[in-house]
Structure formats: C-alpha cells, structure tokens
Design a protein around this ligand. Structure first.
Ligand SMILES: NC(=O)c1ccc[n+]([C@@H]2O[C@H](COP(=O)([O-])OP(=O)(O)OC[C@H]3O[C@@H](n4cnc5c(N)ncnc54)[C@H](O)[C@@H]3O)[C@@H](O)[C@H]2O)c1
Length: 319
C-alpha cells in the first residue's frame, strides 16, 4: 500500500489536466456511471467544526475521504481550515491501495469544478474575475482559473485585508488588484470562498450576466449570497440532495423561499448535453458547489496511477 504525503500529491498534480478529469466525472455521474451515497456529517459544535465521511465509486475506482472543516484553525492554531485523508481501495478485492493526504486534493478538485462550471455557464467574453475570501480555496481557484482563461483583472477582497495582500503576492505575474467588496462583485465571474453564515454579497452588487461560483457554503446553515440573487439567477448545483441540504441554497430552501423546482439542474446534466447551460448574455448564473466524493475519487485514481508510474510515495506493508 502506498502512503502519499501532501508533498507527493503536490508533485504529482498537473494543474492543467484537472478540469478535464473533473468534467469527465460530472458526466459519468449524470449518466449513471458512479455510485455516491450522501455525505455523512459529524457535527462538533463544541469545537466549532465538523467532520465529513465521503465514499464513492467511479469507473473502477473507489474510496473514502475523511475530511474536517475547522474555520478557526488558521487564526487559532496556524493550521488549515480543511484537513483531509483519503483511503483509496481496490474495488475488486477491497484491499487498500493507497492512503493519501487529501487537503490539497480537496481544494484542487473544488477549483477544477469551478473551472468546469465557468466554462459551461459564464459569458464566453468574460474578462474579469472576483474572489471574495482569500484563503486556500481562493489560492487554488486562481491557479486553475488563470490557467484556463486570460483575465484583464482579478479582484481580491477579504474581510482581513492582509489575506488579500498575501494572496496577491503569490501571483506576481497576474493582473491582480486588492479592493473593496463592491468592486470585487462587479467582476464578470465571481467566486465566493468564505465560511460565512450570513449573506455577504448583496443583490445590488451583482451586474446582469455575472456567473457566480458559490463555494463557501458546504454545510447546513452556511450562506454567502443574498437570497434575492438566488431568486433571480439560474441555479445549477453539483448534486441536488447535497445542495438543498448543505449548499448555498440550503437556507433559502429550508426557509421556503426557494423550492427544488427553482434549481435549473445539475452541472453534470449540462455537461452531458441533457440541459442547456447559459441561455442569454444577461442572465445571472450560479454554480452551487458542495463538493462531491466522486471528484475526490477521480483525482485519487489519477494520483495513484501517476504515483505508481513515477515511483512516488512510501510503500507500507499494512497486511
Ligand atoms: N464547495 C466545496 O466543494 C468546498 C470545498 C472546500 C472548501 N469549501 C468551503 O470554502 C470555504 C473556504 O475554505 P478555505 O479552505 O479557503 O478557508 P480559509 O480559512 O483558508 O479561507 C477563508 C477566507 O475567508 C475570509 N473570510 C471569512 N469571512 C469573510 C467575510 N465575511 N468576507 C470576506 N472574507 C471572509 C477569511 O478571512 C479567510 O481568508 C469554507 O467555508 C469551506 O468549508 C467548500
């Protein structure tokens, strides 16, 4: 069995290949080629965090991600907010093939999903990108989105201005401006990447034609967007059950402001050609991302294959 550290994972990942892997896994899910039971949440309010168990099977690969979200970790302990491990197993025998660090895997697969959503839902002539929240997800979103598209300007806003400046410094070659919230929200493509539990993005900030990747809300009670934006937008989700329970729309759904029928469909359906993506230049589109276990398994399968090929990782005799 292989042990893959975060350094191994980082050395094996080829950023430019990730959107295609994630696009393929959305297509497989939409056409019934994947098995993905619902995420199990272990809420630990006394520690202000939660764990999630995420099993999945996809095209001959299976495994389980065990991941926690502790939003106060960076400030309190200098640790990441998201810490994950993935057990990758052989579906034919049940034997574990690898255990890998899955924090960077989580943020890269999330960013790759946003890149795919952007490809299908944003206006093709989009030229500006806005990032609200400048933590780890924002860093990897910039890496992947700037690889896919060329931007005239990338606007960064964080409630803690030092985080926006720190993030800008990581990308000296990109046209980045740290700014206030309203200017960030006027971008053609907006990514929201905070652990907020109250709407930060007001309806009046958003211009017609904007595409929003709503990433931060991935547990019940979290929300970043004013419900008025959701009422007006065409909403695409990664998974209907997960999004209604834990995605950006969870609060609007549980309070009865939106009903399931207000969801235009899944990103997988758009990719599989079952549903149109963006229909007009002026509509506002929202991709409600909660993060799917099949995305983790798709990347794990790719990483495992590359680790074997490049003899990366530590071989351990567990059994
Ligand atoms: N959808 C998915 O698949 C998925 C995957 C991974 C993480 N997430 C979620 O994304 C969010 C961000 O994760 P991360 O790993 O980047 O965390 P992080 O702690 O590294 O970064 C979060 C950033 O948001 C900023 N922030 C907090 N409140 C804000 C506000 N009101 N306005 C502006 N900025 C604010 C913080 O200062 C921080 O810089 C979390 O809620 C996490 O659960 C979702």
């Amino acid at each position: 069995m292989l042990l893959l550290s975060s350094k191994d994972v980082e050395s094996l990942l080829e950023i430019e290949k990730l959107p295609a892997i994630i696009e393929d896994c959305f297509r497989a899910y939409a056409t019934g080629q994947a098995v993905m039971p619902p995420k199990v949440y272990l809420d630990l309010p006394e520690y202000k965090g939660d764990f999630r168990a995420m099993p999945a099977y996809l095209k001959g690969a299976c495994g389980l991600k065990w991941v926690c979200v502790y939003p106060h970790n960076p400030q309190n302990y200098g640790l990441p907010a998201i810490i994950g491990l993935l057990i990758y197993s052989d579906p034919a025998t049940g034997m574990p093939l690898a255990i890998m660090e899955a924090s960077s895997l989580t943020s890269y697969r999330t960013a790759a999903a946003s890149a795919v959503a952007t490809r299908y839902l944003a206006n093709p002539e989009a030229k500006t990108l806005g990032m609200v929240g400048c933590g780890i997800q924002a860093r990897d979103h910039i890496k992947i989105l700037a690889e896919e598209l060329s931007f005239d300007c990338i606007y960064l806003y964080d409630i803690n201005p030092a985080k926006a400046i720190e993030l800008k410094q990581l990308f000296p070659h990109l046209p980045i401006k740290t700014t206030f919230l309203e200017e960030t929200c006027r971008a053609d493509i907006l990514c929201t990447l905070t652990p907020a539990r109250k709407p930060i993005i007001q309806k009046r900030f958003i211009r017609p034609g904007t595409h929003i990747n709503a990433i931060g809300a991935d547990a019940s009670g979290k929300q970043e967007l004013d419900i008025e934006i959701l009422k007006q937008a065409r909403i695409f989700v990664d998974d209907v059950k997960q999004s209604t329970h834990a995605g950006e729309i969870n609060v609007a759904i549980s309070s009865g402001v939106l009903i399931k029928e207000d969801i235009a469909g899944t990103l997988g359906e758009v990719i599989a050609g079952k549903l149109p993506g963006r229909q007009t230049k002026d509509e506002i589109t929202v991709f409600d991302s909660t993060g799917l276990a099949i995305q983790d398994i798709a990347l794990a399968a790719y990483l495992y294959e590359r680790a074997i090929k490049h003899r990366t990782g530590l071989e351990v005799e567990l059994f």
